[in-house]
Design a binder for this molecule. Structure first.
Ligand SMILES: Nc1ncnc2c1ncn2[C@@H]1O[C@H](COP(=O)(O)OP(=O)(O)OP(=O)(O)O)[C@@H](O)[C@H]1O
Ligand SMILES: [Mg+2]
Length: 263
């Protein structure tokens, strides 16, 4: 049943709830304050655009959420409880998946294997001695998820390095869906993609939100911002300069905020 691989639809009440709540989050690198007093709610079923000029602090904020960096100030709540996201593994346990353009998948492994890295299905042929991978089963499972999302890959046995950037991005997002992520962070997912590939990634992003997943979407592309986000947070020199509903703003205002940090 295909529905089994998808996150459950949220109830109306849950749809409003914040999945993550950052309060006063700061990150210092030596003398540089890369993040300063960031308050931010990341909500289920919503695409939050994280915008800002080069060096504004976007990737640093993502790395704090993904357990790569520890904040030097502030607190993070997940589902209403204060958490310490001490490592990327801890972030995965909390249902936080980060998709980077090229680092998300292992290039010299087939598509199906990439779906199951660190979560391989096996059975013991001889207990504690010979363990066999359930390749067929993993392939069927990956194929089902890709079919459900209307992602066409020539074969699940080809290595990921023979696929296009857009196909890789689609697989990385499909994997996050397969593992029922609660929050998916996309750091510049459409940079260097062809136009049809960009459209596919934007569609998948909306599908994720439609399934009740919280999505953080980083981009410098204003068309993407206007097409895919529900809300926007603008960072400027490590501070949050503004938070807006996408429907209530326009390209000029967003660009002005990114450049000046002021309304
Ligand atoms: N590991 C690090 N050590 C020291 N300084 C860092 C480190 N990582 C980031 N910085 C600094 O923190 C600031 C924010 O960087 P960050 O990578 O978060 O920016 P960004 O908003 O993602 O920019 P871009 O749009 O160019 O990707 C920059 O001044 C950067 O030089
Ligand atoms: Mg960055």
């Amino acid at each position: 049943m295909t529905a089994a691989v998808l996150a459950p639809a949220p109830t109306a009440a849950a749809a409003d709830a914040a999945f993550l709540r950052l309060a006063g989050v700061g990150k210092r690198f030596g003398g540089l304050l890369a993040l300063d007093g960031i308050d931010l709610e990341i909500r289920r079923g919503e695409v939050l655009g994280l915008l800002g000029d080069n060096g504004a602090g976007k990737t640093t904020l993502v790395k704090v959420i993904a357990g790569v960096h520890q904040p030097s100030a502030g607190t993070i709540e997940c589902c209403g409880e204060v958490v310490r996201i001490a490592s990327p593994d801890r972030a995965h346990q909390l249902g936080i998946e980060t998709v980077f353009q090229d680092l998300a998948l292992i290039p010299n492994l087939p598509v199906a294997d990439n779906f199951f890295i660190g979560r391989e299905r096996t059975f013991d042929l001889v207990p504690r001695l010979i363990r066999i991978l359930r390749n067929r089963e993993m392939e069927r499972d990956a194929a089902e998820t890709l079919k459900r999302l209307d992602i066409h890959i020539p074969s699940l046995r080809v290595n990921v390095d023979s696929l296009s950037g857009g196909q890789r991005q689609a697989i990385a997002i499909a994997r996050a869906i397969r593992w029922k992520a609660s929050l998916v962070i996309l750091d510049e997912p459409t940079a260097a993609l062809s136009v049809p590939e960009q459209t596919k990634v934007l569609e998948l992003t909306r599908q994720l939100a439609g399934q009740g997943v919280a999505v953080v979407y980083i981009t410098h592309n204003m068309d993407d911002v206007l097409r895919v986000t529900d809300r926007i947070a603008v960072l400027h020199r490590g501070r949050k300069a503004a938070e807006l509903r996408t429907a209530e703003t326009d390209r000029n205002e967003i660009v002005h905020l990114i450049m000046s940090g002021r309304r």
